[in-house]
Design a protein around this ligand. Structure first.
Ligand code: PMP
Length: 367
């Protein structure tokens, strides 16, 4: 058996230790005589798995008690709709920061459902190579909340600060963050946010699960015409079990949280590893004649590193040779081309070292 290095943007690499544990527990989960996949979500042994996962996530992110944690479904994409449904019940308009493709999809869904949704600051003018500065972010008088994407997975553009969500009259509104591709990459001050949501399939676990962290006082702002499965209060009251949750993905997420706590040593340790991995790859790109990354230094993503080759004709051989060397999924998103190496938590530093060595060798032979 050989496990290659997987740089996929999502579904992404999972820690080998997590997969091994899942394998060991597959047929007979801790003496219960069945797999987690086959359990009722109401069974005490499953409820214990679900609650432990929540407790571990709370501990990792130091989530304050007045926040609820939801384990729901529909991808981060469903949250593009669920957020406005949950927050626009008292009127006002959603305000957006637009820094790339995922942010623009969130805007499009809000507009599709509720008409107007102003973009109050954007990086469009610089080709999404640098996020707006704090002073450029001016909310509308009627802002109900401010939504942004902490890390644009396709563009490789990451915020280097947490924006303030304050209306011109000084009133604070909830800050909502799509953290799909950067959650758990390092410590976080959850108290700055009203809502954080993240699709699981990058740093949390397998696809099929979405984590929503919502401040309790925001649970009474929902529109009455909301589909019941979108309803954060109903989900919170039901322990995220209004209906059958994504039981196996939730269990695996729990194993990932355990791995972060016990094998890695928490998010400060993870943060240091992620800093190191990204810094070496960007240094290799910057010191080469063949590879380039266009993002402003302060906004370079630690999780998703896009790069182009000076000669596009080398793209195909680069990908084929990387694949043959066991370096998988380096092709950039179909909308932008080029390459992208995603360096999520579960991508080991050795994978980054192998990629850098391959890139140098390729440049020497073909560049
Ligand atoms: N937001 C971001 C930042 C993403 O990276 C993605 C997926 N790549 C999405 C939203 C959409 O997630 P999903 O496929 O879970 O709906």
């Amino acid at each position: 058996m050989t496990r290659h290095y997987n740089f996929c943007a999502g579904p992404a690499a999972l820690p080998a230790a997590v997969l091994e544990r899942a394998r060991d527990e597959m047929l007979d989960y801790r003496g219960h005589g069945l797999s987690v996949m086959e359990m009722s979500h109401r069974a005490p042994e499953y409820v214990a798995i679900a609650r432990q996962a929540e407790a571990d996530l709370r501990e990792l992110l130091a989530i304050p008690d007045h926040y609820r944690v939801l384990f729901t479904q529909g991808g981060a994409t469903l949250q593009f709709a669920a957020v406005p449904y949950n927050l626009l019940g008292r009127g006002g308009r959603a305000n957006f920061l637009h820094t790339g493709i995922w942010g623009s999809k969130a805007v499009a869904e809000a507009r599709h459902l509720f008409g107007d949704a102003p973009v109050v600051a954007s990086s469009e003018a610089n080709g999404h190579s640098a996020v707006p500065r704090p002073d450029d972010i001016v909310l509308t008088e009627d802002a109900a909340y401010l939504h942004y994407t902490a890390n644009e997975t396709i563009g490789g553009l990451e915020f280097d600060f947490v924006p303030e969500a304050v209306r011109p009259d000084g009133g604070e509104v909830p800050l909502v963050c799509d953290m799909s591709s950067s959650i758990l990459s390092g410590p976080l001050d959850v108290s700055k946010f009203g809502i954080i949501y993240a699709g699981a399939q990058k740093n949390i676990g397998p696809a099929g699960l979405v984590v929503v962290i919502v401040r309790e006082d925001l649970l009474d702002r929902a529109r009455p015409d909301m589909p019941s499965l979108f309803d954060y209060r109903a989900l919170a009251d039901a322990g995220s079990m209004i209906n059958t949750p994504a039981t196996y993905s939730w269990y695996l997420a729990g194993l990932v949280f355990q791995w972060l706590k016990h094998d890695i040593g928490g998010l400060a340790a993870m943060n240091a590893i992620n800093d190191r991995k990204a810094a070496k790859l960007y240094a290799a790109i910057d010191s080469s004649e063949l590879y380039a990354n266009p993002i402003a230094l302060r906004n370079r993503s630690r999780m998703n590193v896009p790069f182009v080759l000076a000669d596009e004709r080398l793209d195909k051989p680069f990908l084929a040779e990387a694949d043959a060397a066991g370096l998988l999924n380096l092709k950039g998103h179909r909308s932008v081309g080029g390459m992208r190496a995603s360096l999520y938590n579960a991508v080991p530093e050795a994978a980054v070292d192998a990629l850098i060595a391959f890139m140098a060798d390729f440049e020497q032979r073909r560049g």
